[in-house]
Design a protein around this ligand. Structure first.
Ligand SMILES: CC(=O)SCCNC(=O)CCNC(=O)[C@H](O)C(C)(C)COP(=O)(O)OP(=O)(O)OC[C@H]1O[C@@H](n2cnc3c(N)ncnc32)[C@H](O)[C@@H]1OP(=O)(O)O
Length: 215
């Protein structure tokens, strides 16, 4: 039986990583990419850019499955907008897990969330919709990650942590067990976060402190 076709929305560097996960999982065939008008007709990892954001309503009539594949560091706004656009047009956003990741059968993942190679999601963890659980990150037991978050490469979210919606956890950051990251927060790369944060703050360093407000 042929595999269901998947459209990837956003054709930058992060998309290359998602393509790798899609290919490794073998669950979908990639029908094409959506990107900006100047990229139409170009290819990424061998897949053609076939449409722009403006064409999503037409694409939803032809294809069922979509993933948001733009990256997210300082703001989740673009990933959020694209997720809402696809859903409002009736598109489906599957959950995708690399065969080289581990997700406990006692963990939950929301729609449109991608778990990349070597990531580990332990028992009782709950991850929201449209999240990036990036390469080699670790989400420990009973941790909760909100919607539209990016847990970056090799970051560690320890047991019972709570990460609000629209957060970014930088590469190799460590969240001490039980720490709460308030919504729309940024945790800098390499930070060691020992206490709860206030909404919309950038925290960095070891121990991590509030560096500035971002929203
Ligand atoms: C596959 C992939 O590539 S996934 C993506 C991986 N990338 C990352 O992990 C992102 C790394 N970037 C960061 O960590 C940045 O802190 C960001 C993006 C979260 C925030 O960046 P900006 O908003 O530009 O912060 P800005 O540069 O203004 O820094 C504000 C202050 O925090 C400090 N700061 C920022 N990030 C860090 C950090 N990671 N560690 C220590 N201090 C930091 C700055 O030195 C500055 O301090 P100062 O006010 O004393 O001069």
């Amino acid at each position: 039986m042929s595999k269901p076709q998947l459209i990837l929305v956003g054709g930058g560097g992060h998309c290359k990583s998602v393509i790798d996960v899609v290919e490794a999982s073998g669950q979908f065939s990639i029908a094409g990419l959506v990107d900006t008008r100047d990229k139409l007709g170009t290819t990424l990892s061998g897949y053609a850019v076939i449409a722009t954001d403006d064409d999503i309503d037409a694409l939803v009539r032809e294809y069922r499955y979509f993933l948001v594949t733009v990256g997210q560091i300082k703001s989740s706004a673009l990933r959020y907008r694209l997720f809402q656009l696809i859903k409002s047009q009736g598109g489906l956003l599957p959950t995708l897990v690399s065969p080289r990741a581990y997700v406990s059968p006692h963990a939950q993942l929301g729609e449109g969330t991608v778990v990349h190679h070597q990531a580990f999601v332990n028992a009782g963890a709950r991850i929201g919709v449209n999240c990036i659980i990036n390469t080699a990150s670790l989400i420990e037991h009973d941790a909760q990650i909100g919607d539209h978050c990016h847990v970056s490469t090799a970051a560690v979210v320890n047991g019972d942590c709570r990460v609000g919606d629209h957060c970014f956890i930088g590469s190799r950051a460590v969240l001490s067990h039980g720490v709460h990251v308030a919504p729309s927060g940024l945790i800098g790369a390499g930070a060691v976060l020992l206490s709860h944060t206030e909404a919309g703050g950038l925290y960095a360093g070891n121990p991590a402190v509030l560096k500035k407000r971002v929203s």
